[in-house]
Design a protein around this ligand. Structure first.
Ligand SMILES: Nc1ncnc2c1ncn2[C@@H]1O[C@H](COP(=O)(O)OP(=O)(O)OP(=O)(O)O)[C@@H](O)[C@H]1O
Ligand SMILES: [Mg+2]
Length: 262
């Protein structure tokens, strides 16, 4: 059953076709990879799914419902969360407090109740704090619970972003280069985290340049090049696809410089 569908999605910035007639189906419970050279349109696609940006044409459906005109807040509420290629944490708040904010979309106490400290609010606050502590443990971040997010190592910041994406209890998580800046050991461990999320029934769409991670976690891979979806298949099929090899190894006719992302 599809959880996410892109139907003829285009996003043009003036004359630049960042996405052009893109179709994609993500089945529930799968880990789907999105790869492609620099500037292919990968982040633009995640921005459009998460409501940060909107398509020029086409439709995006989540559980059969059109979401391409919704706000980011509404999209988080209905079950889609994300991480960012350029990490966006609250740097002057602790790791724990970043997770409390991440759960904001889930809290049900009304403003009036929270103002008057009614029991439901207090109970909810306790549950949220407990959940933040559990998430820190799940991502191996207990030791930085009270550390300001801005002072964490790069790897810890990426892990905290992923924990925050999980905090709002999503059905679908969008990860934009979650292993950027990580060494091979950290990358493999993050892959194991992704597989644990899948085992919990969460669907994952992951943008990634590291093919070892793609092979470790992805059930299926889509390939974007210059805004167009040029291939789709298993990681093994994708690796052998001549169109994909050409897109990655294609040489600029003028400069003869490879376009491969390193
Ligand atoms: N807000 C914007 N205004 C104008 N052009 C944009 C905007 N956002 C993205 N683009 C352009 O759209 C194209 C696709 O960019 P995008 O960031 O989606 O690529 P990407 O596949 O994520 O690349 P990378 O691997 O480098 O992260 C690029 O040419 C980029 O310059
Ligand atoms: Mg990008």
């Amino acid at each position: 059953m599809p959880i996410l569908e892109l139907k003829h999605v285009s996003r043009h910035f003036g004359g630049l076709l960042a996405l052009e007639d893109v179709n994609m189906i993500v089945e529930v419970g799968k880990v789907v990879g999105l790869i492609g050279p620099n500037g292919a349109g990968k982040t633009t696609m995640i921005n459009n799914i998460s409501g940060l940006d909107h398509p020029t044409n086409g439709e995006i459906l989540f559980q059969g419902q059109a979401i391409h005109k919704q706000t980011p807040h509404k999209i988080t509420q209905i079950g889609i969360t994300r991480t960012y290629q350029n990490i966006r944490l609250f740097g002057d708040m602790t790791a724990h407090d970043n997770l409390l904010i991440g759960q904001h979309a889930r809290g049900r106490a009304t403003l009036l109740e929270s103002l008057f400290f009614l029991p439901r609010y207090l109970e909810e606050e306790r549950t949220l704090r407990q959940r933040a502590t559990e998430l820190l443990a799940q991502f191996g971040l207990e030791h930085v619970t009270n550390t300001l997010a801005g002072t964490l190592s790069y790897g810890d910041q990426r892990r905290l972003e992923m924990a925050r994406a999980l905090a709002a209890n999503p059905k679908l998580i969008l990860l934009d280069e979650p292993t950027a800046g990580m060494n091979p050991t950290e990358t493999h461990e993050l892959g194991e985290q992704i597989l644990r999320l899948r085992a919990m029934g969460i669907t994952i769409l992951v943008i990634e340049h590291d093919m070892s991670l793609i092979h470790q976690v992805c059930d299926e891979v889509y390939v974007l090049n210059f805004g167009c979806m040029i291939a789709q298949g298993t990681p093994t099929e994708i690796r052998a696809n001549p169109l994909v090899i050409e897109a990655y190894l294609g040489v600029d006719e003028d400069s003869r410089s490879p376009r491969l992302h390193t």
